[in-house]
Design a protein around this ligand. Structure first.
Ligand SMILES: [Zn+2]
Length: 59
């Protein structure tokens, strides 16, 4: 199950929505900011259908 969540870019501070697959309990992936286009890492902890925590890490 995929859930929309709001991320905040660690570089420019802009918030935007992304999809997280909540069937994966612990995951990290890299995404690009929609505004400044810089890549950053997202660390997500999930239960099925629910996002428990979300951290963003700028490289
Ligand atoms: Zn940005």
């Amino acid at each position: 199950m995929e859930e929309f969540t709001t991320l905040q870019c660690p570089f420019c501070g802009q918030s935007f929505e992304t999809m997280v697959d909540t069937t994966v309990a612990s995951q990290r992936f890299t995404t690009d900011c929609e505004v400044c286009c810089r890549p950053f890492e997202v660390i997500a902890e999930c239960e099925d259908g629910e996002i428990l925590s979300l951290d963003v890490v700028g490289n």
